[in-house]
Design a protein around this ligand. Sequence first.
Ligand code: DGI
Ligand code: FE
Ligand code: FE
Ligand code: FE
Length: 190
Amino acid sequence: YMEVQQIEEKLKTALKPSRYRHTLGVAYTASCMAMVFGVDVHKAYRAGLLHDCAKGFSMEEQRALCKRYNISLEGTLTKSPQLMHQEIAPFLASDEYKEQDSEVLSAIACHTTGKIGMTPLEQIVFIADYMEPNRKMIPGLSKVRKLAFEDLDKCTKTILKNTIEYLTECGQEIDERTVETYKYYRDKKE
Ligand code: DGI
Ligand code: FE
Ligand code: FE
Ligand code: FE
């Protein structure tokens, strides 16, 4: 077990200053959302801290880490290497940052694509990552920031809709999990 302060010190040396700043933004934003929705504030803070712990590694290093952790590099990760850090994160958090809480690990494991039937903690990390205050302003962000403290399902749906639109405009491959998560929250009954 590592104290939060130790985790922060280690992340500060592992990540670029701008990424560390984003990391703290996600940790604080996720903890505020946890207070609103009755989720464990310390789990939200730790998941926020650890979600991008693999981002300090180059793409080459991330490929090597995928091999070490038996994460398949075929298919989705070949087309979208920026998703590798999501797959590596729970292994690295467990090995290097001694995180043992399965809810924290599962929240960081789906922070980029989301997944069907997310727990409130998983949704909070997914949402906080998108809208923490250090993120640069993009269309629709003010609406997402308001929804984040009102309705987790609506907020999740809006983020995925915006992300799919953005990736389509850039001509980037959209992961099937991103699409199926969007459809799940689009069709979910209140
Ligand atoms: O790691 P962050 O920059 O904090 O944010 P993130 O982990 O949510 O997303 C990393 C990048 O991945 C971001 O530019 C958006 C992109 N992304 C999200 N969903 C998909 C995706 N890229 C592809 N190719 N496919 C997706 O489904
Ligand atoms: Fe990320
Ligand atoms: Fe994200
Ligand atoms: Fe992030």
